[in-house]
Design a protein around this ligand. Structure first.
Ligand code: MSP
Length: 531
């Protein structure tokens, strides 16, 4: 697999309002996956961006008395700034207002029309502006006429419109999902798609708007704009330079398409697993390999949402705790297939328990003891003694489990494996009592072995943490290796003994400092207002 391409793309966030941790979770999650794949020496292309057209943005701009472009520019700038603060390692940031994207979308729409996959008809039915979604009457029967996704009011739309012939691809879709069991993950997302949309028969999708001006114009029929979801989904191929009119598609497209992993929230799975493959088939392009629908961040038991306003802002978390603590909390609290509930108290407790007590204290105590007893030089490990085997086994087993979980994108669960290594190392300190060994010159050799084993456990944790908390990982490496020659490759995390005896350590410095729970909670609850 080394050297093989890996194309990963997140959903593109609406440039409508300041994003919250529910939106930013996705980019952090995708970033951890991208960094892990790079650690595995894959050739990664990581795409993200912003969704800047549509009725919602048009209305927000009108209310603020500015142009939709000015409004989108402001929010996109905010989003990019937050991503930079979170150390998101994307390779490309696409905006749907980019000229090249707009030109390709025009051609994509025209090509689907020429091929007979889009036809002109009449549309009448409910529409949700915050979700930019059309619904059929049967889809809203269980939600009492409100939007089944966000619970908001729906508007009646009646217009002459273009439609995408989804029914033509019903069988192809069924067969594809059946023959690609990992196309939609986790498995309950796949069942939802099959039971709610595919088995009842896919419904034609309205793909144009006649009264929304802020969109990509339909080239061959002035007065219409392309439905924002068709515009937005196309970003995954236009970002690679795709345009149906190209004689030959560019190298970037040839190299990276099909996408290996679309990372999206569970609420937009139907757009990605049904409409998107149909669009691609209509263009004669292969569908993506896999789509993962992550769960939601909740606040007070409801989906955290820009339209409801029950949100926590990522920037506020970074201001107070830094990028890595924010990344850590988002990643370790969200299980693979269940929603997570945000609480300020939960955050502070996690921070103190995992980052301060378990990680930072272990690194600090280990480096301080190596400074004090060995003058800041990595000691030579000698004959193994009591508890050494258990510590090494825990590290090797933990790294192996971590790798398997990361390969399935179960990041919270993989973090649990790093913590297990750290718990074992902390226990090893209590068991071996290095400060007692230090009192007896005859036990110097044993003391050296114990400290070597602790430093090595810390090094392995540093490698495994690198996709999760890149800054922290770099701080760990710099403390245990002043010469910057430390072995940090992924392979080295599976072998105990990568640290070179005789190499120099840096000065011990705590990586995370204990938070005063009461004080922080009072400050946090007072500060969550949008910028
Ligand atoms: N613009 C569309 C996506 C188009 S992709 C071709 C969109 N934008 S969004 O800003 O509303 O959402 C961006 C991502 O954040 C989506 O994947 C969405 O599922 C996710 N989330 C929005 N609220 C969320 C939570 N409360 N929790 C976790 N993810 C959430 O949808």
């Amino acid at each position: 697999m080394k050297g093989e391409k890996f194309y990963i793309a997140t959903a593109i966030a609406y440039s409508s309002k300041q994003p919250h941790i529910g939106n930013d979770y996705e980019i952090v999650y995708a970033d951890a996956i991208a960094r892990h794949k790079r650690l595995c020496c894959r050739d990664v292309f990581f795409l993200t961006g912003t969704d800047e057209h549509g009725q919602k943005i048009e209305e927000i701009a009108a209310a603020a008395n500015i142009s939709p472009k000015e409004s989108a520019d402001k929010i996109t700038e905010m989003i990019k700034n937050t991503y930079a603060r979170l150390n998101i390692s994307y390779d490309k940031f696409i905006r749907t207002t980019d000229g090249e994207h707009i030109e390709s979308v025009k051609k994509i729409f025209a090509r689907l029309y020429e091929n007979g996959d889009i036809y002109k008809d009449q549309y009448e039915g409910p529409y949700c502006v915050p979700c930019e979604s059309f619904f059929t009457p049967s889809q809203i029967s269980a939600s009492f006429g409100l939007c089944p996704d966000c619970g908001g009011e729906l508007r009646e739309v009646k217009e002459v419109a273009y439609k995408l012939k989804l029914s033509k691809y019903q069988q192809k879709l069924e067969r594809y999902i059946e023959s690609h069991p990992d196309f939609i993950v986790p498995v309950q997302r796949k069942r939802e798609m099959e039971n709610n949309f595919i088995k009842p028969g896919v419904q034609e999708l309205c793909v144009s708007r006649s009264n929304v001006k802020w969109g990509v114009p339909v080239e061959f029929d002035p007065g219409y704009t392309v439905y924002v979801w068709i515009d937005a989904l196309s970003n995954y191929i236009t970002a690679l330079g795709y345009n149906p009119d190209n004689e030959k598609q560019p190298e970037l497209f040839e190299k990276y398409w099909p996408c290996d992993l679309h990372v999206i929230g569970k609420d937009i799975m139907r757009f990605h697993s049904i409409y998107w493959p149909v669009m691609l088939w209509g263009l004669g392009i292969e569908p993506p390999a896999q789509i993962i629908g992550h769960p939601w961040w909740l606040f007070n038991d409801e989906k955290m949402s820009k339209s409801t306003g029950n949100v926590v802002y990522t920037d506020h978390m970074i201001d107070k705790f830094g990028a890595d603590a924010t990344r850590y909390y988002l990643l370790c609290e969200m299980p693979y297939d269940r929603d997570a509930s945000f609480s300020h108290m939960g955050f502070v407790r996690r921070y103190n328990a995992d980052l301060v007590n378990t990680l930072s204290n272990l690194v600090n105590r280990t480096v301080v003891m190596a400074e004090k007893y060995f003058g800041g030089i990595v000691p030579e490990p000698c004959r193994p003694g009591e508890f050494d085997g258990e510590l090494k086994e825990a590290a090797i087993a933990g790294a192996g489990n971590y790798a398997a979980l990361m390969n399935e994108y179960k990041i919270a669960e993989a973090i649990g494996e790093i913590l297990a290594i750290l718990y074992r190392a902390n226990k090893y300190i209590d068991e071996t009592e290095p400060w007692v060994l230090a009192k007896d010159e005859a036990k110097k050799e044993r003391l050296g072995t114990v400290l070597y084993n602790l430093l090595e456990s810390v090094r392995i944790a540093g490698v495994l943490f690198s996709p999760i908390m890149p800054e922290t990982s770099a701080k760990i490496f710099s403390q245990i290796d002043a010469d910057a020659k430390i072995e940090t490759s992924y392979e080295s995390a599976f072998v105990f003994g990568g640290l070179k005896p005789g190499s120099k350590l840096n000065k011990a410095e705590p990586i995370f400092m204990r938070l005063d729970e009461k004080k922080i909670l009072a400050e946090l609850t007072a500060s969550d207002k949008p910028r």
